[in-house]
Design a protein around this ligand. Structure first.
Ligand code: 0RA
Length: 650
């Protein structure tokens, strides 16, 4: 080896080592965090590389396995990471890809790599954060392998076998000295792989969870594959809503190296749902691609409506949002060098994308409108209805708001307020019915606990027109009691929670089917109209007991599940069927007296509250519309799968 090469070799080793150390010192800079989210990020990073192979047209199957020690393998049937000698660095390209930061993209410039955001930092980052990793490449008839510990090669790239096929296998064990948790969440993996299969039609992702052994001795397996891509994605998202456009409108095209794919479905609801992706990564805050799509939608529908005289009769202006009411759309673009903006990097910034998407989507929409006059007229009618309803809603909302000002701090009569004015310690119990409300009022600590009884089933906001919502007594009462208002700024509705009067809002309903239905209705309202309260962690669900057990004169014991009840009966010296222990099943909150309610459900020292969180906004949206929307079969299937009270009450 010449002196020159030797120098390069050493220099490259030092460079690799410095890179790995930087990642280990500040993992958050590379993968966002070292909590559960960061842990999962390792899998996203590895699978992204395999998906790049798919996008380049060389891979159609990816197998992911989670082993019982939470190590993970990702295997693809792509070309395999090159193992040839890297001329300048004098080592195998495989070793360079695995140990040098940002090396991956340098070998192959044709595919879409992500330069911003958190994905696309390179597989070497996963290597640096793994206490062990094995890379195995099938290529040129051989199987090549190299192993690493915390990113440092333990072996040369060795031939360990022969193979007719090509592909890459990465097996890694996250470094538990770096990550706060080592447990992979199967729901998170399933959700993301499902999404990836919709976004990359034709790709198959197989997932095996070796931590979950079935009764027949086999591991739990999942398969994700979508033939229809985004077309199927919107159908899946809108499963619970009645479609008014039959099949989704499908748009696909490319321009200046940017690929654009959009699917649009109009349903009988009133919400706008646009989900957007850039290079398979969700852009929660939209960006120039979404802007381009919206622009095309408004422009083409307006043109079509004007040309056919459909808008003649109506007096008011049609706003952009009217074209999108009851619309679910997925917008996916593949951009060679995306720039992500905003605090969470959830927004696409490249300005050139607006015009590209607007043109491609516009051309397709114009053709769709010409070719489908019947469906187009149904959508136009819906747009007119949206504009009309928007005006009515504004008036109704203003009325509620004005009342808010008029009463100036005047609170609803049904509210039994607490005496504290410190929102951070104050709690509002939303209680089902007047009688339970009465018990709660007696049982509470009136210093910091307020009670608002709600009468029966509150309005299903998923199905109601917006102005009906502001006219609904229970909903108006909740706005007033909470001190929250909706304000319109530049045509955009903004929830003002600055004057929120309670930092804990606790939904307390009976532990039966009706009770959980009411809780779901209330949650639907919060999810659609006061999402910030959920996002900021203010919404809770009370957890009343299911049973009271009593033996002779002993103090009663409460149980929250059948299992707990059976165990407790035995502990108390009874047996399940002689029933010497008296078992009382609480069907309603009203069956408890004030003292019992305080002790089991309201006393901060002894109660358990469930905080409502949104793990995946997209899935939450889908489930809410399914539970509360028009379509019955998917709802039934969901309830059958998830019902908690099925064997008690139905
Ligand atoms: C660089 C160049 C080529 C492929 C890859 C990287 C590659 C990386 C990963 C990571 C996981 N699976 C992968 N598959 C491929 C192109 C190789 C060629 O031209 O033959």
């Amino acid at each position: 080896m010449s002196e020159n090469l030797n120098q390069d070799y050493n220099a490259s080793n030092i460079q690799a080592l410095e890179g790995l150390e930087a990642v280990q010192k500040r993992p958050g800079m590379y993968i966002g965090s070292t909590d559960e989210k960061g842990l999962h990020h390792l899998v996203w990073e590895v699978i992204d590389n395999s998906i790049d192979e798919h996008l380049a047209g060389h891979c159609d199957t990816i197998d992911v396995k989670v082993f019982s020690d939470n190590s993970v393998s990702v295997t693809d049937n792509g070309r395999g990471i090159p193992i040839e000698m890297h001329e300048k660095l004098q080592k195998s390209a495989l070793e360079v890809v695995m140990t040098v930061l940002h090396a991956g993209g340098k070998f192959d410039k044709d595919t879409y790599k992500v330069s911003g955001g958190l994905h696309g930092v390179g597989i070497s980052v996963v290597n640096a954060l793994s206490k062990s990793l094995t890379a195995r490449v099938s290529r040129n008839g051989n199987i090549y392998q190299q192993t690493y510990v915390k990113g440092i090669p333990q072996t040369q790239v060795e031939i360990v076998g022969t193979s007719e096929r090509t592909g890459t296998e990465i097996i890694f064990t996250p470094d538990d000295a770096i990550f706060e948790t080592s447990d992979y969440n199967i729901d998170t993996l399933v959700q993301r792989f499902k999404e990836l299969s919709f976004l990359n039609k034709g790709l198959t992702i197989n997932l095996t969870d070796e931590r979950n052994v079935l009764k027949n001795g086999e591991f739990k397996k999942y398969e994700f594959h979508s033939k229809g891509g985004l077309m199927e994605f919107v159908k899946y998202l809108d499963e619970g809503r009645a479609s008014i456009s039959h099949d989704p409108i499908y748009i696909i095209g490319s321009k200046e190296g940017v690929e654009v794919e959009v699917a649009v479905n109009y349903n009988s609801g009133y919400k706008e749902n646009i989900y957007s992706f850039v290079n398979n990564i969700r852009t929660n805050d939209g960006g120039t691609h979404v802007q381009g799509f919206r622009r095309a939608l408004s422009r083409e529908f307006k043109k079509y409506g004007d040309q056919n005289g459909f808008f003649k009769k109506i007096k008011m202006e049609i706003a952009g949002e009217d074209y999108r009411e009851g619309m679910t759309a997925v917008v996916s673009v593949k951009v060679p060098e995306p720039q992500f903006k905003g605090q969470t990097k959830g927004e696409l910034g490249n300005s050139e994308i607006t015009a590209i998407v607007s043109q491609i989507a516009g051309d397709h929409l114009a053709i769709f409108l010409e070719e489908n006059p019947k469906i187009s007229k149904i959508i136009i009618d819906k747009i007119i209805l949206a504009a009309t309803a928007r005006n009515a809603a504004r008036k109704a909302r203003e009325l509620v708001q004005r009342k808010n000002i008029l009463t100036s701090g005047g609170l609803p009569g049904k509210l039994s307020d607490c005496s504290s004015r410190d929102a951070s310690i104050s709690e509002l119990y939303l209680v089902e019915g007047d009688s339970a409300g009465g018990t709660a009022k007696q049982g509470r600590d009136r210093v910091f606990q307020a009670i608002l009884p709600l009468r029966g089933k509150i309005l299903n906001v998923e199905k109601a027109l917006e102005h009906k919502i502001y006219e609904n007594e229970e909903i108006k009462t909740m706005f007033l009691a909470l001190g929250v208002s909706i304000e319109e700024i530049d045509g955009e509705k903004i929830l003002n929670i600055l004057k929120l009067r309670y930092h804990k809002v606790i939904i307390m309903t009976d532990a039966d089917v009706d009770g959980s239905h009411i809780a779901t209705l209330i949650l639907t309202f919060f999810f659609r109209y006061m999402k910030e309260l959920i996002e900021n962690g203010h919404i809770y669900i009370a957890n009343p007991p299911l049973y009271q057990l009593k033996k002779g004169n002993q103090t009663p014991v409460y149980c929250w599940s059948d299992k707990q009840r059976d165990e407790m009966i035995l502990q108390m010296g009874g047996s399940i069927d002689d029933k010497s222990v008296k078992v009382q099943r609480y069907k309603g909150l009203g069956e408890m007296n004030a003292e019992q309610l305080w002790e089991t459900t309201m006393n901060p020292e002894t109660r358990t509250l469930k905080r409502v969180t949104i793990n995946d906004a997209l899935e939450a949206d889908r489930v809410f519309s399914m539970l509360m929307g028009d379509e019955v079969p998917p709802r039934r299937a969901f309830i059958e799968e998830n019902a908690a009270y099925a064997n008690v009450d139905i």
